[in-house]
Design a protein around this ligand. Structure first.
Ligand SMILES: *Cc1c(COP(=O)(O)O)cnc(C)c1O
Length: 473
């Protein structure tokens, strides 16, 4: 059947629709939802698609993920709200994801013009609206518990703020986030948004989410981290739009993409775009010092390692949760094999492709490439892009640009994804350039509005947090 989703670990291949996957988050068997097949676009189909503005293009691509005519209609309404002028005041002619050239055949695609200045808005804005509409129809209220080390928190809260059918509980570490990130969340606190500041680190927050989720009383909690299929699906359209903005001379030819990567959600969406017929050549994975994905691409060894805090913090991961979806394809969509592979990873903290009958070079053969960057690389790239073009890029984007320019192939354009605006990471920009980047008007002075009362501060205690969720339900 088409337009349905299956779980990567489900040997019985139960199929669910888009809405069920959206509201469910993780599949009941612990696997991730993946499309049972994908709609392919022909060359002519692509040309028609790319003549649309972004909301139309996004709605069109999303509508290939549902069978319901109502679903198709809703995707249209959602895209207009999510990508309108209110949310994207700096967009030009409906283009919310513009590309700009920074050197010969090298482009940067800005995905960060949304309400919280991070690419996570691209997915969370539509996902929040879709969830709200689905709940409106079914008459339920969904409680969402999340953990953030920075960008996810504000992007999720901005998207869900004021949505009557949803209560959002967001855990964040008391230390480690930038003042700007805390201020963004503080501004959104109240009403259906409950900010909980945990006296601990991000891992403590994630452990609490896991512990609460495993309690049957909280079995119905929703999730909006990037394991949610709705987020992956919502990131596919901008690859099409970026490709469509490359000069006409390259029409129909291969274009490479470089993707600042953490949990592998963004790059995976590019991989699905390619499977849908978009002529993407290489997908270059850019990592920071947390080089789990770099090692995986180069050696076939997937090894968990403790996350260290870096100056591109939204890519600080110990494992890449979405990689399971790609592994499912690598193992010929065989859930039994995938289960065994993931179990080996979870038990031993590492696993190799060749232990399960795939080549250790498989990711390279599939057109993935990778580069890992350090703090010094990041500073140099920010300096170099600024001196060449006068534009200031954020530290995550810098990792992407360094990887993209480093692996640029002759005659093939490459698009480096810009995943955040520099305003969010001012200290690193000052270190690189000796000045503070100009802030978009809507972010000026937001730190000064904080009173401190916007966060409920708690010890990392599961029972206390369950109590807070109950009290606000
Ligand atoms: C979340 C995030 C990333 C990493 O994206 P993944 O989908 O987790 O790979 C990169 N850059 C920024 C700014 C982010 O917020």
């Amino acid at each position: 059947m088409s337009n349905t989703l299956v779980s990567t670990r489900d040997v019985d291949s139960h199929e669910v629709g888009y809405t069920e996957a959206l509201l469910g988050g993780l599949a009941p068997d612990g696997g991730l939802y993946v499309p049972s097949n994908l709609t392919g676009f022909s060359r002519d189909g692509l040309r028609v698609l790319m003549a649309n503005n972004y909301p139309e293009l996004a709605a069109h691509i999303k509508s290939t993920f549902t069978q319901s005519p109502l679903g198709v209609f809703i995707f249209g309404v959602v895209a207009l709200g999510a990508f309108g002028k209110d949310n994207y005041p700096d967009s030009v002619d409906g283009n919310v994801v513009p590309i700009r050239q920074i050197s010969e055949e090298v482009y940067v695609q800005n995905l960060s013009l949304g309400p919280t200045a991070a690419f996570k808005d691209m997915a969370l804005q539509p996902v929040a609206r879709e969830m709200d509409k689905a709940l409106e129809q079914s008459g339920g209220v969904l409680r969402i518990l999340g953990a953030t080390s920075g960008d996810t928190g504000s992007a999720a809260e901005a998207a869900f703020k004021g949505r009557e059918n949803i209560r959002m509980f967001m855990l964040s570490p008391l230390v480690g986030m930038t003042v700007f990130q805390r201020a963004q969340m503080a501004e959104l606190s109240g009403g259906n948004i409950v900010n909980i500041s945990v006296e601990g680190n991000f891992d403590d927050c994630q452990d609490i989410v896991k512990a609460v989720n495993s309690d049957p009383e909280f079995a119905d909690l929703g999730a909006v981290n990037s394991i949610n299929w709705g987020r992956i699906a919502s990131q596919i359209p901008y690859y099409f739009s970026g490709y469509g903005q490359i000069p006409e001379a390259y029409a129909g030819r291969e274009v490479d993409f470089a993707v600042p990567s953490g949990n592998f959600g963004n790059a995976l969406s590019g991989y699905y775009a390619r499977r849908m017929g978009l002529p993407i050549g290489n997908i270059v994975i850019a990592t920071n010092e947390n080089s789990v994905l770099h090692q995986l691409v180069q050696t076939g060894l997937y090894r968990k390692s403790p996350a260290q805090i870096t100056s591109s913090p939204s890519m600080d991961i110990s494992k890449a949760s979405n990689f399971e979806r790609l592994a499912f394809d690598i193992f010929s969509q065989d859930p039994e094999k995938l289960q065994a592979y993931m179990k080996a990873f979870e038990t031993n903290g590492e696993v190799s492709f060749d232990d399960f009958g795939a080549a250790n070079t498989i990711l390279l053969e599939m057109g993935f490439r990778s580069v890992s960057s350090t703090h010094q690389n990041r500073l140099k790239t920010i300096q170099s892009v600024y001196s060449r073009t006068g534009s200031v890029i954020d530290p995550h984007t810098a990792d992407g640009v360094r990887a993209g320019e480093g692996l640029k192939r002759a005659g093939i354009p490459i698009i480096c994804l810009e995943t955040a605006l520099p305003v969010k990471f001012e200290p690193t920009i000052r270190e690189a350039l000796d000045f503070t980047p100009e802030r978009p008007v809507r972010f000026r002075g937001i730190e000064d509005k904080m009173t401190g009362g916007e966060f409920i501060v708690v010890k990392p205690d599961v029972a206390v947090i369950k109590g807070i969720i109950r009290a606000h339900s």
